[in-house]
Design a protein around this ligand. Structure first.
Ligand SMILES: [Zn+2]
Length: 77
């Protein structure tokens, strides 16, 4: 684990009923837990096989929940 910020969608395979719609949301990586890496908002375990550079995540798929929201880099105009 490095200090370089990264982001990812949640690991849908970890859930019994993957939600296709919310699976497109990308979260900022936060704390490591037993199951993997938890998102900053604390709502999802992240899919580490498909990671993003936070600056490259389009606004429309960024997680807006408290925790992730503050962690996104400022968007460029
Ligand atoms: Zn999030």
């Amino acid at each position: 684990m490095t200090d370089v910020p990264w982001a990812a969608g949640r690991d849908a395979s970890w859930y019994r009923r993957p939600d296709v719609r919310s699976a497109k949301v990308v979260h900022v990586a936060g704390q490591p837990i037993r199951e993997g890496i938890l998102s900053r908002c604390g709502r999802s375990v992240l899919d580490q096989s498909l990671t993003w550079i936070p600056e490259q995540v389009p606004e429309r798929i960024r997680c807006r929940s408290n925790g992730c929201r503050q962690a996104w880099p400022a968007s460029r105009p």
